[in-house]
Design a protein around this ligand. Structure first.
Ligand code: HEC
Length: 128
């Protein structure tokens, strides 16, 4: 039997066999967890504000990263335009031009505008 040596008792052989099975089982059990760590997070466009252009925008961005990092920004149309250019120049996003650019900017501007409370930022500790 491979993995055995002369003089090994049956008990040693059985123990060794049992350890291999336990290791194999542990590896099998661990693999779904590994797969989960590297799988992109499940995201659906329905998780984000409804509006014209949501689908086009969602799929243009999630090719590379989650939409969450888009949705957590609040920017003006101008700033969103700069963000698109930055994605293209710095990260190799295919340029978004023409009608698609208008559609995407319309959505981003409407769904994720700059977040400033009416009257400007208020110090939560009551200072002015
Ligand atoms: C080709 C890949 C690619 C595509 C497509 C892409 N991005 Fe990005 N994006 C990146 C990378 C890489 C980063 C991380 C860059 C960094 O933080 O320096 C990033 C980060 C960001 C950030 C976070 C910036 C910050 O301050 O943390 C925003 C906002 C963003 N992208 C917007 C978009 C939007 C909107 C789209 C879709 C219209 C998009 N991206 C599509 C590659 C891409």
């Amino acid at each position: 039997m491979p993995g055995t040596r002369p003089g090994m008792t049956n008990r040693e052989v059985i123990m060794r066999f049992a350890v291999s099975i336990a290791l194999a089982a542990a590896l099998l059990a661990a693999s779904p967890a590994v797969a989960q760590t590297f799988a992109p997070a499940e995201e659906r466009q329905e998780d984000y504000p409804e509006g014209a252009g949501r689908e086009q925008t969602f799929y243009a961005c999630i090719a590379c990263h989650g939409f969450k990092i888009v949705a957590q920004q609040g920017q003006t149309r101008q700033q969103w335009g700069d963000t698109l250019d930055w994605m293209t120049q710095k990260h190799g996003m295919p340029p978004i031009d023409g009608d698609l650019r208008k559609t995407v900017l319309d959505y981003l501007e409407t769904a994720f505008p700059p977040r400033t409370a009416p009257g400007g930022w208020k110090n939560p500790f009551g200072g002015r």
